[in-house]
Design a protein around this ligand. Structure first.
Ligand code: PEP
Ligand code: MN
Length: 352
């Protein structure tokens, strides 16, 4: 059962319904989605419970959805969900561009990347502090020290920061330091991690598992949502196919299909999917044209010396040129690129 409250519902009214539901042997979890709060139970309710709950003050509707896709479905919520991350909003008229290096390497590297992507019009900065590497001998990321370097760039530029979390024990510190948590392809079905990220109180960018069906991907989103987190953004990042000419196979049909099935925003990673800088531009334009809500793009100002995935990164100049080509396509589908965020000035520098 899903109990949807009017946005004007008070904490006390929600708690009262929660208690009533609990008294009937069910376990409600509060979930925020858009501007509404909901109480969600895994159990379905009997007719009497539905009647009692429906009559409670500020209850907008009570929905009983059977089956294993519930909170993610358009059957439950027809309208697009908007996920705000600072001044950027996924799923609305704005086409959100996230850019930055694969891995956080140093303060100087992050400053150069942040300046380049900010100048070109990205509204969020990416960078991995905890890297899930195929080989244990590859650079594993700076860990917590890398989170501080991301936060430093947020202060300098006003860009919101997204970074991957690879283990439940790090969810809390990543949620403290960053604006959005990323669940990577290799962890899409790490259910403990999904539960921890769902309870962290931060928006989550959920990448598609490289061998995951759309059905499995949306179930992973259900894990996040049923823990209370409605701020979920999906990311198509390519799936494994027989063809080794690209790193993965970018499944753009999945973007249109997932937009039909779910109300959640969907963005595309043209960098990890193709693994080739010359394909990042065409796939970015195609993603915008087929209804994606944004992009996450690898940008490194010294890709040759990058510690991770430098082969697929755009330079600052290449990224700026791509943003120029992207603008008319985004406009053609009725969207716009977000406004450049301003740097957060330290209080002593604030002009009055
Ligand atoms: C990344 O974005 O840094 C990353 C590792 O992506 P994926 O999980 O899609 O491979
Ligand atoms: Mn990478």
């Amino acid at each position: 059962m899903i109990v949807v409250f009017h946005p004007s519902a008070t904490r006390n009214q929600i708690d009262a319904v929660s208690e009533a539901v609990r008294g009937r042997g069910m376990t409600p979890v509060a979930v925020s989605l858009g501007d509404a709060t909901m109480l969600v139970t895994a159990e379905s309710a009997d007719a009497e419970t539905v009647a009692v709950v429906t009559a409670a003050p500020n209850v907008a509707r009570v929905v009983q959805i059977s089956g294993s896709h519930r909170l993610t479905t358009r059957a439950f919520r027809a309208e697009d969900t908007r996920v705000p991350v600072g001044p950027a909003t996924f799923g609305g008229p704005e086409f959100v561009v996230i850019a930055g290096p694969c891995a956080v390497e140093s303060s100087a590297q992050m400053s150069a990347a942040a300046d380049a992507v900010h100048e070109a019009g990205a509204v969020m900065l990416r960078g991995g502090a905890f890297k899930p590497r195929t080989s244990p001998y590859s650079f594993q990321g700076l860990g917590v020290a890398g989170l501080a370097l991301l936060a430093e760039q947020r202060t300098r530029t006003g860009l919101q920061v997204v970074t991957e979390v690879v283990t439940p024990k790090d969810v809390e510190v990543v949620a403290q330091e960053c604006d959005m948590l990323q669940i990577g392809t290799r962890n899409m079905q790490n259910f403990d991690l999904l539960r921890a990220a769902g309870a962290a109180g931060r928006p989550v960018l959920l990448k598609r598992g490289m061998a995951a069906t759309i059905d499995e991907w949306l179930h992973a989103a259900e894990y996040l949502m049923h823990m209370g987190n409605g701020d979920v953004v999906l990311c198509e990042r390519g799936i494994r196919s027989f063809d080794r000419s690209t790193r993965f196979t970018l499944d753009l049909s999945a973007v249109a299909e997932v937009k039909r099935l779910t109300h959640l925003p969907v963005i595309v990673d043209p960098s990890h999917s193709t693994g080739q800088p010359h394909l990042v531009g065409p796939m970015s334009l195609a993603a915008a044209a087929c209804g994606a809500d944004g992009l996450i793009i690898d940008v490194h100002t010294d890709a040759r010396n990058a510690m991770c995935d430098g082969f697929q990164a755009l330079s600052g100049e290449q990224f700026a040129a791509l943003m120029g080509r992207l603008r008319p396509v985004v406009h053609a589908v009725g969207r716009s690129l977000g406004a450049k965020p301003g740097a957060k000035l330290a209080p002593s520098l604030t002009t009055v």
